[in-house]
Design a protein around this ligand. Sequence first.
Ligand code: F6R
Length: 610
Amino acid sequence: MCGIIGYVGRESVVPILLAGLQRLEYRGYDSAGIAIQHHGCLEIRRSEGKLSNLEAVLNNGDFVEGRTGIGHTRWATHGRPSEQNAHPHRSGDLVLVHNGIIENFLVLRHRLESEGYRFESETDTEVIAHLLSSAVKRGGRLDEAVRQVAHDLHGSYAIAVMSLTEPGRIVVSRSGCPLVIGLNGTGAFLASDVTPLLAHTREVVYLEDGDIGILEESEIHILDSDGQSKTIPAETIHWDAEAAEKGGYPNFMMKEIHEQPQVIMDTLRGRFDYETGEADLPDLSMTKEELLSAKRFWIVACGTSWHAGLVGKYLFEEMVRRPIQVDIGSEFRYREPMIQQGDVFIAISQSGETADTLAAAREAKRRGARVLAIVNAVGSTLAREADGVIYTRCGPEISVASTKAFTGQVIALYLLVLHVGRVNDVLSAEEGRWWLDHFLMLPGHVEHILKQESAIESIANQYAHMNNFLYLGRGINYPIALEGALKLKEISYIHAEGYAAGEMKHGPIALIDKEMPVVVLSPKDRLYEKSVSNLMEVRARSAPVIAFVSEGDHALDKVADHVFAIPDVHPLLTPILFTVGLQLLAYHIAIQRGLDVDRPRNLAKSVTVE
Ligand code: F6R
């Protein structure tokens, strides 16, 4: 998730771009850049790190003038954060900014290289710049070039491009990524969301997939994907800039919960070959032989990422029958783990900076293991030190409590396990395709749960005054019971415990009474009857029961106080769906208690100390 901005008009463009980028920094902040058209020249300024670094470059006597320009603040997906990889990217007379992921960029890159194009960055974006430049050279107008190139691009994008051959004009287009445009008395504006536009206009147009916008000082012309003119009615925005930053949601946590269908798609995007039923993970940098010869897999992480790792254990064991051990970072680093040369060590982290996870990964490397990172922050220490990486492509997670990062991590694990299964031939091509089909249905299932938010909110409101909660799950949903309890305690400050349901009678059952709501995860799997027995034990002790079940299961309707159904999916796919439900439960309990869910007390987003 990156931020893009642009302006063409009568005002000086640099202050408009910088103010806009400031408002977009929450979408990405690992590098930033601007390009300005001025007197037949393209001036590009870029810098690694926060926007303040770019501002320093411009304030350092390197200020550029102009009235047409585009800007970008980056959250890396392809290529580490660096000045070279920062946008805008130039090819010949044109320059471009891009938000999104081009799935087939490697194929396109090889084609362009064979045609003589030289690449200066590791990004997928530069491919679009060269493709457009090539189309313009063949005699096309810029908007026509954008329309042609769109056919070559697989993936998602919002782009803004300008060319010296068409001064005073910016052409934009989108597919799968948002793009908003607007006009005021001074000129035309574009941005990846409405936030930076609010200082200039409240009347905006949201482009639709495939649309092309041509922005000039006093008019905006919109074409559809066939090149026909179209009109999209403007919408009036009533939000203030802060609400707009949160996409109209009351806080980042809610926004990030709702981004999960997109996160699932982005993490899967371009990473599988449907024909062969394989996962395609080139950044793993591991040969088939290395994967096959690994005696043991390890997963190490902290907090919510550790819960994702525990889900991974069930996936490795059930889907590909490989031995795997899961550890907490702070425990692993001080044990004498029996890790061997050639073992595969998977470190999972949203930030890629968690001290204990990093220390564990370094220890594993020292002992000869191959370190793979499942990480969200591109260019983070973990990503740089690992031998191979799967990025979760969630965009910045701003709310302290992790939500969408967890979902991205579990999706990355599905891909990794599928990859191992296909390499080992434990999974056939047909089975691989079956799993891919079902992974691709997950965004729809998550949408379905999000639509039922009000049902969860009403349950939350009834129990928000309680002081203790118990979460029970079995098998692959035992880690989800842990995650549900963690989410609740983090943001609502209610004491909550997650337990393997079968362990309940070995102690915690003593706590159960009518003052302790119990959340039971009870999907229709082979452990269903056992989960129901646990639920009955809880019920017999008068605890209020909130059951999360599979759609179509009405057996618990009269037994539990509340029943919430998730779509009926394969048991190994239930964790993400239950987690979304439990995130909403924790969220609404915290809101009902009047708490700041984005900044819970005593917690930091990135735990860089022991
Ligand atoms: C929970 C949470 C923390 C993190 C943990 C690891 O909501 O945010 O438990 O999951 O601190 O952080 P990362 O994933 O950045 O290593």
